[in-house]
Design a protein around this ligand. Structure first.
Ligand SMILES: [Zn+2]
Length: 298
């Protein structure tokens, strides 16, 4: 029986039910790995929050209008998004980072970062209780963008910490930051609808904010992020990561000139207009409230 079309017209199922229904053994194994990595990542996020929040509740949908969404603590993933994660172009990490130049081993295949990061983004909407925050703050388009930024930044920081835990014995801190940035960069650029809309900022804005987070987050997790770039560490990150973002665009441009040109144009337009400061200011305004509501830090 097709679990998506049973007599109750149920369009949602559990991860296990979804995997059981896959006929192709190769695809079944790949999807099992996809979820295994992502669930391991979400578990590290859960265990980093005190007191431990509930485990994420996940359902698979088919034919939903949304790739992914978080509704009252439930994360819904559409099968179209799972397919997209399989077919998307992953970052050519060894080409753009070239770790062997500094004596590090070449980068083996990483977990599917787009899938892991996107799930973490949805999990953080729940953990950070964004729905509660919206009861207390008027929800303008700017506020929606700031809440998306909050989820993006939390997911990015968590991914950096996860990578740090797993590969810091092999790669230096800069390489880890680059792996995280490039993987999210390629992932976001795969998603359709790159323009800003009433709920989400444009891809260009999101990428810029993610880069900022990876510049400001401290290697020592007990030190707060350096938003004013007052430490040498953050200033070093700034010069290396801005150059690296440029490298990513150049590489992406070679693969997909039209999209890359459009995005680069948007980034510069965004920086020139100073519009990004409005979202950051709004985020600064709401992040304290979000932290109080949820008992978590950004
Ligand atoms: Zn979101």
């Amino acid at each position: 029986m097709n679990i998506f079309l049973n007599e109750n017209s149920v369009t949602k199922c559990s991860i296990d039910e979804y995997i059981r229904e896959i006929d192709c053994p190769v695809q079944k194994t790949m999807i099992e790995h996809l979820f295994f990595d992502a669930m391991e990542f979400l578990e590290t996020i859960r265990k980093s929050a005190l007191p431990y929040p509930d485990k994420p509740l996940i359902k698979i949908t088919k034919g939903s209008t949304q790739f992914l969404q978080a509704i009252d603590g439930l994360i819904e993933i559409d099968t179209a998004f799972i397919q997209l994660c399989f077919t998307n172009k992953e970052a050519p990490l060894n080409e753009i980072i070239n770790p062997t130049l500094i004596g590090e081993p070449s980068i083996k295949s990483t977990p599917n970062i787009l899938f892991c990061w996107a799930l973490a983004h949805e999990y953080y909407h729940g953990l950070r209780k964004h729905n509660l925050a919206t009861y207390d703050i008027s929800t303008t388009e700017l506020t929606s963008h700031a809440l998306e930024m909050d989820a993006d930044l939390c997911a990015t920081a968590a991914l950096y910490r996860w990578a740090q835990t797993n590969i810091s014995s092999i790669y230096c801190d800069t390489t880890i930051r680059k792996i995280v940035f490039a993987s999210i960069f390629w992932g976001i650029n795969t998603l359709p609808k790159s323009e800003s809309n009433e709920t989400h900022p444009s891809h260009a804005v999101r990428i810029y904010q993610i880069l900022s987070k990876l510049i400001q987050i401290r290697q020592d997790k007990y030190h707060p992020a350096d938003q004013s770039l007052s430490t040498e560490e953050a200033r070093n990150n700034l010069s290396k990561m801005v150059d690296f973002m440029h490298e990513c665009y150049v590489h992406y441009l070679a693969q997909d000139e039209i999209t890359a040109k459009k995005i680069i144009g948007e980034i510069f337009q965004h920086l020139e207009s100073g519009e990004y400061k409005l979202v950051i200011r709004e985020w600064e305004r709401i992040k304290t409230l979000v932290s109080i509501c949820s008992g978590t830090r950004t």
